[in-house]
Design a protein around this ligand. Sequence first.
Ligand code: ADP
Length: 274
Amino acid sequence: MIDYNRNKIQFIKPELTVEDLTMALHQANLKLTEANIRLLDSEKKRSELLANISHDLRSPISTLRGYVEYLLSFNQPDQEEVLFILNQMNYKFHSLDYLLNEMFMITSLDSSEDKIILKPYLIKKCLEDYFLSCERDKNFAHRQLSLEIPVDLSCYVLLNLEMFVRALDNLFSNALKYSKEQDEIVLGAAFSENEIIIAISDTGIGIKEDMLTRIFERTFMISDSRTPESAKGCGLGLSIAASIMEKHEGRIWCESTFGKGSTFYLSLPIYISY
Ligand code: ADP
């Protein structure tokens, strides 16, 4: 005899009530709304970043155009003046190059997968090597550099060395930009529970307390009469350093006394200590 019931699907009465389902739908809806808000927010930040960058690009380009037009207007160019203008142009090209590099870094940090390739490094050796490269850099010739790393800082941390050096570069170049001749710049490090804390201190112009949380925002710059014109950046350096530290599961923060100097801290989880 044919069993007609064999292929019948057995519907099991759900244990969830209509109220439970409504609640679950409501929660899913809330999560979607939150995700949507985050998406709109990041979209807004991206457009703001683009607008700021286009503005920053426009200024050196129009200066360069001015110089070229000026050079073209010469009938019999004076050698010295031409040399002066070429030097100015060279300076502007450098700042364009710098800006494009920062943009490239920020977009690749945004678009790269959450995980980056990390390898174990002896942090003491990395910091000593980095410090040595600064000592040899003539840009730091008029600052007093010192290294304060305990001899027993014996541990490995996981690093993407290129990115980590980039974060250090941004902090060191700020320490240089926002200080004057003979000011001190100190690179230090210490153990703190399961972390290594690295500190970059300067005796430069310092930062007002109400600005301390904002300086890590993209394209945020303190417009201040104390900031030398030549030091004006594009406000991306600290946000790049913050993204890099995030990718290393570390943190970045700053303590500063206005008029006296600043210390930027980086934390990194210890991989192996010995
Ligand atoms: P910028 O390219 O303007 O230097 P950053 O993101 O690196 O951009 O820094 C953001 C702002 O934080 C700077 O405009 C500057 O006002 C302030 N700042 C950063 N580092 C220091 C420092 N070491 N001393 C004083 N101010 C600093």
